[in-house]
Design a protein around this ligand. Structure first.
Ligand code: FAD
Length: 291
């Protein structure tokens, strides 16, 4: 085995436990109670929330759907309104299980949001959203700026009355892998501005969020800033305050993932610094970050 390959493998093996610990800084905890406690703390600071159960490898679609149902029940009792974020592939793309989740959401009058995942999952997701649009449940859907298709999907969201959440996107577009996420983000915003009544701007990139909020407001669309618990928030909160828009936190719980890819550490060495800092943060687990 070549020496540098051996060294790289050894380094990855050493980083793995650190990465597992660091990832804990990005979830409220393993249980729904952890998420509810954090959402209550955020509500005291006047922040709304969306709860999202992040599943692990061993979780069956049935078990994930049960987590979603329990989260809806908890949201219904929460002092400050929140909504549920789901991942359709985590319930095996099952229409039966989705129907159960939507049925409970309708009873409790709560919004259900479809997180976007890999581009190969997008068609199935939009088919499910289109079918669910007449269910009487308020729906939301993520639109990744990194995907060329998102400009058309934005028009579809408007047509279906779905509340759009614009994100950069964690997965590249295979048809255009080099597509600029910031440029794409603003293209989607421009498509929505003045046409969608409400838009969630979901980015920790403060200058980008400011530009998006300004374009939406100028066109008469109301908006809120959505932030992911655990990612740096100070600059983003300052943008929301100066632009006068409300803030909502996505509170993940369950299985912890790092929101950045360690495989990129050779090209982006600051990831190792984040890793170290995040593993320290995970030992303290405060409410979000102020960095
Ligand atoms: C509320 C919410 C919901 C989301 N939902 C989805 C979804 O459904 N589907 C999907 O694919 N993606 C989703 N995402 C993730 C999103 O696509 C991006 O991957 C993620 O938000 C990072 O991009 P960014 O625009 O926030 O800014 P970035 O450009 O990543 O970061 C902004 C700033 O924060 C710094 N920064 C970023 N991460 C760290 C860190 N760990 N430590 C220190 N500094 C850091 C950067 O240097 C930069 O200055 C969601 C994000 C949010 C906030």
């Amino acid at each position: 085995m070549p020496l540098n390959h051996y060294l790289r493998r050894t380094a990855s093996a050493c980083l793995l436990p650190l990465a597992q610990r660091a990832a804990r800084a990005y979830v409220a905890g393993p249980e729904l109670n952890d998420a509810v406690r954090l959402a209550d703390e955020l509500a005291q600071q006047d922040f709304a929330n969306t709860l999202g159960f992040w599943d692990g490898e061993g979780d069956s679609p049935r078990a994930v759907a049960d987590h979603y149902l329990a989260a809806l029940d908890a949201l219904a009792k929460a002092p400050r309104g929140g909504y549920l974020s789901i991942k359709l592939p985590a319930i095996g793309d099952s229409r039966l299980l989705l129907g159960e989740v939507l049925g409970r959401a309708r009873q409790l009058d709560l919004r259900v949001h479809f997180d976007s995942l890999g581009p190969e999952t997008a068609d199935l997701m939009w088919a499910a959203v289109a079918d669910a649009a007449s269910s009487g449940v308020e729906l939301g859907c993520s639109l990744p700026g990194r995907w060329r298709r998102s400009v058309d999907d934005a028009a579809r969201a408007i047509r279906l009355g779905v509340v759009p959440r614009v994100v950069k996107g964690q997965w590249a577009d295979p048809a255009e892998p080099e597509r600029d996420p910031r440029g794409g983000f603003l293209e989607v915003i421009d498509r929505l501005a003045g046409r969608a009544p409400r838009v969630a701007v979901a980015s920790h990139d403060a200058p980008l969020a400011r530009e998006a909020i300004r374009r939406l407001k100028a066109a008469g669309s109301s908006c809120e800033l959505e932030l992911l618990y655990g990612l740096p928030q100070r600059a983003s909160l300052a943008v929301a305050a100066s632009e006068g828009v409300p803030v909502r936190f996505y509170v993940p719980y369950g299985r912890a993932y790092l929101p950045y890819c360690l495989g990129q550490a050779q090209r982006q060495p600051w990831l190792l610094w984040w890793l170290l800092r995040d593993s320290l943060a995970a030992m303290i687990l405060p409410t979000g970050r102020t960095a």
